[in-house]
Design a protein around this ligand. Structure first.
Ligand code: MRU
Length: 346
């Protein structure tokens, strides 16, 4: 089995180093690296989904703040970068968490130490996410083995994999762990319209790692469930509200409804950095809307009439009542409700 793909790293020191990213918009046909040497290139990489997935966005933004501090006035450059990067995408709370953490920790730091401080904090955010993914893998696999009686035939939606995090992913972490242990496991990856993160990214990274994965169109999930090809669903999240409602890639809610209809457990895997206690419910989660062209001429070919209007929320909210369990690095939240979420935070 291969190691999951590495897709993001800081190259060099805090004064003149830069952020290196695998350009996810080019996958799976090309593996092109992007060298981000200023804040705007990080902002654009996040906005156009060259780097995407909630934890990965937070990590990239943290490195982007280091780039901001490379200006002559390090503090002014950092603060401007923090403000700007916070406008790149609205839904994944990890972005705001990472920026806020840098802002708070940098406040008492002397100007001459600021760049080194920001880099070590960004590296720590990256490393903590790597460790969180590992722990999610352990807790998640244990839960899935219980829920499925060791029949690990999982459906996932979008990409909550290594490409979306600093480690082995969230929804994919139990898959990588099962493969490490030599347990039989099969994955169905929803293609994930309109930008195909499931087929372009999840199927790519799992097959690179030697994990048995098949792609289905999003609309095949109901049939696959009816034919008992799926024993559990596991997805990531971009933001989980205090009551357990969870925002994730558009289509996740539909999958959860289908899972409930077919009596299949529906699990969310996410680090606690994705839980937003300031959001009382899913209705309070800001949902990004994407450009019409991603639907009308995705991947360069026009597939709709020129004057077609489009409704394109990038995320939807799965109500807590449809979620069997949430797995974080701290353990399993079950049942999923306000008290369960609060208990994880002591
Ligand atoms: O628009 P994207 O590709 O950033 O959406 C990503 C997702 O919805 C993921 O499932 C989520 O961020 C969890 S990543 C561990």
């Amino acid at each position: 089995m291969h190691e999951p793909v590495k897709h993001m790293e800081w190259v060099g020191d805090a004064v003149s180093g830069h952020l290196r990213l695998l350009d996810q918009t080019q996958l799976p046909s090309q593996t092109e690296w992007l060298d981000c040497r200023d804040v705007q290139s990080v902002w654009q990489a996040i906005r156009r989904l060259s780097v995407r997935g909630a934890p990965a966005i937070g990590i990239a933004a943290a490195y982007g703040c280091v780039l901001g501090a490379q200006q002559r006035d390090a503090r002014a450059g950092f603060l401007a970068a923090a403000d700007h990067l916070a406008t790149s995408r609205p839904t994944a709370v990890n972005l705001f968490r990472a920026i806020e953490r840098l802002r708070k920790s940098a406040a008492p730091i002397r100007d001459e130490n600021l760049r080194d401080h920001l880099l070590s904090e960004a590296l720590a955010i990256h490393e903590e996410d790597r460790a969180a993914c590992r722990a999610i893998g352990e807790h998640g696999l244990k839960l899935l083995r219980e829920l499925t009686g060791d029949r690990l035939h999982l459906l996932t939606h979008c990409n909550a994999g290594a490409l979306a995090t600093g480690g082995i992913g969230t929804a994919t972490a139990p898959m990588y762990r099962a493969a490490e242990l030599g347990l039989p496991i099969t994955i169905l990856a929803d293609e994930t319209r309109p930008l195909l993160q499931g087929s372009r990214l999840t199927a790519w990274e799992l097959s690179q790692a030697g994990i048995d994965v098949s792609i289905i169109t999003d609309s095949t999930a109901a049939t696959a469930m009816a034919q008992k090809r799926i024993t559990a669903v596991i997805t990531g999240a971009d933001r989980i509200a205090a009551n357990g409602d969870a925002a994730n890639k558009i289509g996740t809610y539909g999958v959860a409804v289908l899972a409930r209809h077919h009596g299949i457990p529906f699990v969310i895997a996410a680090p606690t950095s994705t839980i937003d206690l300031d959001c009382p419910s899913g209705a309070d989660i800001p949902i990004e809307h994407r450009a019409a062209e991603e639907i009308t001429e995705g991947f360069g070919r026009r597939t709709a009439p020129g004057d077609a209007r489009v409704f394109s929320p990038a995320f939807d909210v799965t109500p807590a009542e449809l979620i069997t369990a949430i797995v974080t690095e701290r353990g399993v939240i079950r049942p999923v409700n306000q008290a369960g979420i609060a208990a994880q935070f002591g």
